[in-house]
Write a protein that binds this ligand. Structure first.
Ligand code: ATP
Ligand code: MN
Length: 439
């Protein structure tokens, strides 16, 4: 028989139960992270979204009725009314002595994954039981950091005159003329899931000047790496009356602010993930290398030769990441490997583009954009794309499009790095990969 919640409501979350509440009555609710039955003494570690507190039942101290009735299992959903007492050895230096306890829901005797924190179950098994898995201390740490990152991004950008935009995720034709799109049925027509907010954010920079969007994009890449997903969460930034150099500056300040806040507000999570020492406040400005300087460095240090116009290989990045462990920019990529909307440099062999790297991993791509409609038309054709398919986009460029520049940042990849995870799937609540569509 389950207890009824009735008019019971939580008075506090666990982290709010601090020593200044000693001798006061609180009502807590959550799940049983751990329990021990030592005969005359029972301990329950009650967890909620913020942490945990110890519930102590000692025969003779609590009523016989509640002592005998209290039989719980891992992850039972319970509510407790009780008095706060000081107890050094308990989490937070506090224990709660219950006067009443309700069992609101039960679990099977054996859970599919370890929830005690003693071992980490295999990732696929955890993902199959994700809603349960997300209650682990480790995941609480990861997603508190993720929340802090998202919150800081919004705060920072709103303070700097950016407007938050929302753009459609269902689109009629390919954003960047690329492959890698998921086709869908839109009534009786074919449509696609968007691969990025690129064209819309550019259009909107001609309205709101400084814009950003945090949203998901879809990449139909069948890559089985530990840094690629099919549904990604990205931060898109676009700035009017600006060039790549302005974006480099804004972006590094944003990264700096995010790390500052994560250190200030999420130190416990960083410590749990053993990332306290690795997550240091980066010095500004970030080191800047041109693509060509990078190729020379890779050639001279690692004897890997990359031809101008080729992407830097994963192998080369891996080695680079051992030397350059923090954040750095790689600028002026060959125009030949950049999308049509990127502005060529004075020497059109190069482009006004950049990547922000963290160690061996690419975090963002960005650059100055073309804003003349004539030039954009030519650029489309030069890339073998059909300007007719882009008519509704090109039209916007005839209405006084300002010079603009921007960047796209992979949030999931950043969280993977910041939390020291070795698989991007851990950084997302419900990851989508070529092999995973549920849960
Ligand atoms: P990569 O070369 O690493 O596959 P990309 O150059 O194709 O990435 P962009 O189109 O530049 O990616 O996307 C902007 C950012 O979004 C990237 O810098 C990266 O952080 C992130 N990103 C891109 N594709 C994925 C993906 N499939 N899974 C996770 N993050 C991604
Ligand atoms: Mn890129």
């Amino acid at each position: 028989m389950l207890d009824d919640m009735d008019d019971w409501r939580k008075t506090h979350y666990t982290h709010e139960v601090t020593p200044d509440l000693i001798d006061q009555e609180v009502t807590l609710g959550g799940w049983v992270r751990n329990y021990r039955d030592l005969g005359g003494l029972k301990f329950i570690n009650l967890q909620d979204k913020y942490g945990e507190r110890q519930i102590t039942l000692k025969k003779g101290v609590v009523s016989d009725e509640i002592f005998d009735k209290t039989k719980v299992g891992y992850q039972y959903c319970i509510m407790v009314k009780g008095k706060v007492k000081a107890f050094k050895k308990a989490p937070g230096g506090i224990e709660v002595i219950p006067s009443e306890l309700k069992i609101l829901n039960k679990t099977p005797d054996k859970l599919p994954i370890d929830m005690t924190g003693e071992t980490i179950s295999e990732l696929d098994l955890r993902l199959n039981n994700r809603a349960l898995d997300l209650r682990s201390v480790r995941n609480q740490a990861v997603f508190q950091i993720r929340g802090e990152v998202l919150n800081t991004i919004r705060e920072f950008l709103l303070e700097n005159n950016f407007t938050e935009i929302t753009t459609p995720k269902i689109i009629g034709s390919a954003t960047e003329g690329g492959t890698e799109l998921f086709p869908i049925m839109y009534f009786d027509k074919e449509a696609f899931l968007t691969q990025s907010a690129q064209l819309y954010k550019e259009q909107l920079s001609g309205v709101f000047e400084r814009v950003f969007e945090i949203s998901d994009c879809f990449r139909a890449e069948k890559s089985h790496t530990r840094r690629h997903l099919c549904e990604i969460f990205t931060l898109d930034i676009e700035m009017a009356f600006a060039t790549m150099n302005d974006v480099l500056k804004t972006l590094e300040e944003l990264v700096h602010q995010v790390i500052k806040n994560v250190r200030e507000n999420q130190m416990n999570s960083l410590k749990f993930l053993k990332m306290e020492e690795k997550t240091v406040l980066p010095e500004l400005p970030f080191p800047r290398y041109t693509y060509e300087e990078m190729l020379e460095l890779i050639e001279s240090k690692f004897r890997i030769s990359i031809e101008f116009g080729e992407d830097i290989s994963t192998e080369a990045y891996r080695k680079l990441g051992k030397e350059l462990t923090g954040y750095y920019y790689i600028t002026h990529w060959p125009m030949s490997i950049k999308p049509f909307y990127i502005m060529p440099s004075k020497d059109p062999k190069y482009s006004e583009s950049f990547d922000l790297q963290m160690g061996w991993l690419e975090l963002t791509s960005g650059g100055t954009r073309v804003h003349s409609s004539e030039q954009l038309r030519q650029a489309l054709e030069a890339k073998g794309l059909n300007p007719i398919a882009f008519e509704s986009h090109l039209k916007v460029y005839d209405f006084g499009m300002p010079p603009h520049a921007g960047v796209g940042l992979g949030i999931d990849r950043w969280i993977t790095f910041l939390c020291g995870l070795d698989d991007i799937r851990e950084a997302v609540m419900y990851p989508r990969t070529p092999d995973r569509l549920t849960p």
